[in-house]
Design a binder for this molecule. Sequence first.
Ligand SMILES: [Zn+2]
Length: 281
Amino acid sequence: MLLSDKYPFLTNYFTAALSDSNRALPQSILFYGNDLNSQYILATEIARLLNCQGDKSDACDCLNCRWIREHSHPEVRTISRLDNKPEDDDSKTVISIKQSQMIKEALMSTSEFHRVFIFCDRDDKGRICGLNPQNFQAETANSLLKIIEEPQPGVTFIFLTIYKDDVLPTIISRSQCFFVPSKENVTYDYTLIENIFIDYLNFKRKDVFDISQKLQDLTKESDCKAILTAIQNYMLLLLRANPDRTEIIDHINCVEDAIRQADLGMRSINIFDDLCLKIIN
Ligand SMILES: [Zn+2]
């Protein structure tokens, strides 16, 4: 399945950002969520849109698009503990300082291409995995900060991880973060919260605790996580229909944080209060 069919809201967002010169694409992007493979495909798709010299369609057959599909583009690089190591680098468990230096040196010269560095991990079977404090350690992450925050046209960094907290806060604060939903969510079932959220985009600040209480009442019948998942599905569908309402992306991130709080066993009423305060302004 093409990515534009699978995650239309995310591809719409990036396509809009890429075609509108007033709306700059962030220099540093972080994807998080369980589905690392989709994150990687999305990162590659962004690299393709940034380098395409044709019509940017899914079927484009220009040289850049072909290179990227064959994973052989000279300036679109996967940076992991196993990929793109300098010759004198024998580290096997981490993205190393030497790799960071290699990137810095590469950026000292100009390129006719848009350079994209995709930071992730791989397991021993070659499958894409997420960054975490073991494979992407503070020393290496910090050594990249200067080049990440220094605006440099034609360069984009993309970081892939399961949990946002697994990447150093200094990287997070310099990146635009996007939650990439996992494949299991594609049914987008939201019947649980439909009656409560029907007017979500028009919620008023004074309704915060009323809505939170309505969600709490649902916990008599359903568990907190199922309720939150239904809210997230509802938002994903709304975003799909309204790709310009980028605040929904932030709200989806807030619900993802709430799901993690539920996993940690926090009381549902506190989770709902906290969430409603964040998403209703
Ligand atoms: Zn192309």
